[in-house]
Design a protein around this ligand. Structure first.
Ligand SMILES: Nc1ncnc2c1ncn2[C@@H]1O[C@H](COP(=O)(O)OP(=O)(O)OP(=O)(O)O)[C@@H](O)[C@H]1O
Ligand SMILES: [Mg+2]
Length: 367
């Protein structure tokens, strides 16, 4: 996958999904909210893309609009394109979209209880998708449901088919939603915070399961999380979102080796590690994302950024390669961390004790 290709590739290398300048705005009493503000990316079959950002950064709106599943009355006409195998999903007729949903396109949501029907047994919930999209006998559907439950690691699948969602643990319920999503062999799966409601061990199991399914089926996967740790080691590329924008886009390994956006750098340094467990967080990001109706004119991250210069207040940076050598990645920053420009900006701010946006950088007094 090339994260910011100059032109859309064609033929065999054509991406499974190509999102171009996508913008979603909502009409609200206080004004227009730009929930997704000019997002572009490509995803090739068999690859995994992580989408990471704090609450409100636009991850869920992005995932729903990519599926053309956003049905909100106050949404203004969507701008941009979502090309799935070259066809714009945003212009596709409802009838044709319905054929794709649950078949080639599947989704796993954060809370399995809201996507499972509480009044319906597990078995029929899985076979429903099969009957809808496949010509399949009753026995064929049951066998497939059993096979799927086994595949997602549910013990005693025959018994589980006859149970209701509330009879299963949270982890098991999420496995069932994954089984449903995989029922018709999707070519693209979007998982929006699929493990947030689960404990750490179960979380790792579910993420490993998604990883295995992606590799075995050569499925494209978009893994959404507020936690960079979730996408580390499990995605090929990552888009870091802030205030509706992608602020850093790069191969995941490169992002961890050297983040090129101050926001990504701050997210990484606030990640719990063995020597810095979460309860002794050393570096939380100061401040909070700006409310959507009060985003600054220049760089949206500038009020929280240790690198911020006057240029960041005046100008809004778009995604650009951080250095001449790094043409496979993009950062929306004039002073990327780890570059000469970045080092100089940070040194200037530290010497002054404050940034151009007035963020105080004087070291906290130790009492
Ligand atoms: N129907 C709506 N009307 C107005 N604003 C909305 C609407 N839906 C979402 N938003 C706003 O769009 C922004 C993006 O929301 P979204 O749910 O995509 O964030 P998120 O990154 O998924 O957050 P979280 O991590 O909490 O799930 C938020 O500021 C949210 O308040
Ligand atoms: Mg969300």
């Amino acid at each position: 996958m090339s994260t910011i290709p100059p032109t859309a590739p064609t033929g065999q290398d054509a991406p499974l999904l190509s999102v171009r300048d996508l913008a979603v705005r909502f009409d609200t009493p206080g004004g227009t909210v730009a929930a997704v503000d000019g997002v572009s990316f490509d995803l090739t079959a068999g690859r995994a893309l992580g989408v990471v950002g704090e609450s409100g950064s636009g991850k869920t709106v992005l995932s729903r609009v990519v599926m053309n599943l956003l049905s909100v009355s106050n949404a203004l006409p969507i701008e941009g394109e979502v090309l799935f195998r070259g066809e714009n999903l945003l212009e596709m007729r409802r009838k044709n979209l319905r054929k794709l949903w649950g078949d080639d396109l599947a989704m796993v949501f954060q809370d399995p209880m809201t996507s499972l029907n509480p009044t319906m047994k597990i078995g029929p919930q899985i076979t429903e998708a099969l009957y809808l999209h496949r010509k399949i006998s009753k026995k064929g559907a049951r066998d497939r449901a059993l096979q799927l439950l086994e595949e997602v690691g549910i013990p005693e699948p025959t018994r589980r088919l006859k149970q209701f969602p509330h009879e299963l643990s949270g982890g098991m319920r999420q496995r069932v939603t994954i089984a449903i999503a995989l029922a018709c062999d999707p070519v693209l799966l979007i998982a929006d915070e699929p493990t947030t409601a689960l404990d750490v061990t179960v979380q790792a199991q579910i993420l490993d399961l998604l990883d295995t399914e992606r590799t075995e089926r050569q499925m494209g996967l978009i893994l959404i999380s507020h936690d960079l740790g979730v996408v580390e080691g499990r995605t090929n590329d990552v888009n870091v979102m802030y205030a509706g924008r992608v602020v850093e886009s790069a191969p995941t390994a490169s992002v961890f080796a050297q983040p090129r956006h101050p926001y990504t750098e701050a997210l990484i340094s606030s990640m719990p590690t063995i020597t810095n467990p979460s309860h002794t967080r050393l570096s939380a990001i100061p401040g909070a994302p700006p409310p959507p109706l009060r985003r600054p004119k220049g760089c949206k991250y500038s009020p929280r950024c240790e690198y911020a210069q006057q240029r960041c207040v005046d100008e809004d940076p778009g995604l650009m390669p951080p250095t001449n050598e790094e043409t496979n990645r993009g950062t929306a920053c004039f002073f990327p961390p780890g570059t000469d420009r970045g080092h100089e900006a940070l040194a200037r701010n530290k010497a002054a004790g404050r940034t151009a946006t007035g963020l105080d950088l004087t070291p906290a007094e130790v009492s």
